[in-house]
Design a protein around this ligand. Structure first.
Ligand code: AMP
Ligand code: MN
Length: 323
């Protein structure tokens, strides 16, 4: 059975569908969630959109975002669960805990390390984004792609390809984006909503974080840290720093960039980025995390400085081994 076909058949058969994605969501998680939710609603289904965590800045302008339920749990009334962009069950943040035992879980994801936790699993590591996969499912099933649906799916592809700059900017991703524009997505408006709709406090936080940007002596590692204290001074939550890692990543000669995010006194979230063949998903995997070859993450117990020291040592060892 073709996994795409099983997902489409299950969606067509389900009168009620809850749509959700991973914790600490970004543009792909939310764009794919809202795009799928709105399209299924348009097709006459009862749908809801859920995420365990608050939205990062920029995503509040996406159409249908007012339907998104953040935190809390999903009522047990749904007959089907569509889980997007989520590599393992734990990364739903417990949103599936109350589901009816016989409700199918449709696992649609582009992470190579997906644990196939669904009733139906459609995993395509070649897909640029979960948004591209939802697009393909909607087209395959003949679901309506209205301008609000197209806007969300375009935003998902745009953000997960780094505005069409990363290696996942494939012909298929660009063809999907082109078709979505033909369906009514407006690139300029979407980019304005995502990138020109910011709160000055974010840039004050960024300036403090960048003041602490550090490089390893050989210039191959660069890292930043986002502390509780800095967040407190800015009056912002960690989600505001979601894409700060692009700054250490942008430095010439840097092969692995890291961002250490202090969740609490005893928990640190680490974001990792690399280029080319360097596989940071493997590095994150050593610490119980995962992700894609060039973009991965993990969450570690411990204080910021201890976690940072351990992670930087592992990253240096990985680089030394890959020379
Ligand atoms: P982030 O740095 O949080 O933007 O995450 C980059 C990539 O790594 C995304 O594809 C995430 O889904 C994945 N990722 C982040 N944290 C974890 C984790 N704790 N476990 C598995 N995958 C993760
Ligand atoms: Mn994604």
């Amino acid at each position: 059975v073709n996994d795409l076909e099983s997902v489409v058949a299950a969606l067509q058969a389900a009168p009620t569908v809850a749509v959700l994605a991973h914790v600490a969501p970004e543009g792909d998680a939310i764009g794919a969630t809202l795009g799928a939710c709105l399209a299924l609603r348009e097709a006459g289904k009862q749908t809801g959109a859920y995420n365990a965590d608050p939205l990062p800045p920029g995503l509040g302008a996406l159409p249908g975002v007012e339907h998104l339920v953040v935190g809390g749990s999903i009522p047990p009334t749904y007959g089907c669960y569509l889980v997007l962009d989520t590599s393992d069950l734990e990364r739903t943040g417990g949103l599936l805990d109350g589901r009816a035992a016989d409700a199918p879980v449709l696992n649609v994801d582009h992470h190579a390390g997906n644990t196939r936790f669904g009733t139906v699993n459609w995993i395509d590591p070649e897909a640029s984004s979960a948004g591209e996969m939802v697009y393909r499912a909607l087209r395959h099933g003949g679901f309506p792609i209205t301008p609000p649906v197209a806007t969300n799916l375009y935003a998902a592809i745009l953000t997960d390809t780094g505005s069409f700059r990363y290696a996942n900017t494939t012909p298929r991703a660009l063809q999907a984006a082109a078709d979505l524009v033909a369906c009514g997505a407006r690139p300029e408006e979407i980019a304005r909503g995502l990138y020109r709709n910011r709160d000055p406090r974010e840039w004050r936080l960024l300036s403090e974080v960048l003041a602490g940007l550090t490089l390893s002596p050989d210039g191959r590692l660069a890292w930043i840290q986002i502390t509780r204290a800095a967040l407190g001074r800015a009056g912002l939550g960690l989600e505001a720093a979601e894409d700060f890692i692009r700054y250490p990543r942008s430095l010439a000669g840097v092969q692995i960039a890291l961002a250490f995010k202090e969740v609490s006194e005893n928990e640190v979230r680490v974001s990792l980025r690399s280029d080319g063949d360097l596989d940071v998903a493997r590095l994150a995997g050593q610490f119980g995390g995962g992700g894609h070859r060039n973009a991965a993450g993990c969450t570690l117990a411990g204080g910021l400085s201890a976690v940072r020291a351990g992670m930087l040592a592992a990253a240096a060892a990985y680089l030394a081994g890959s020379r």
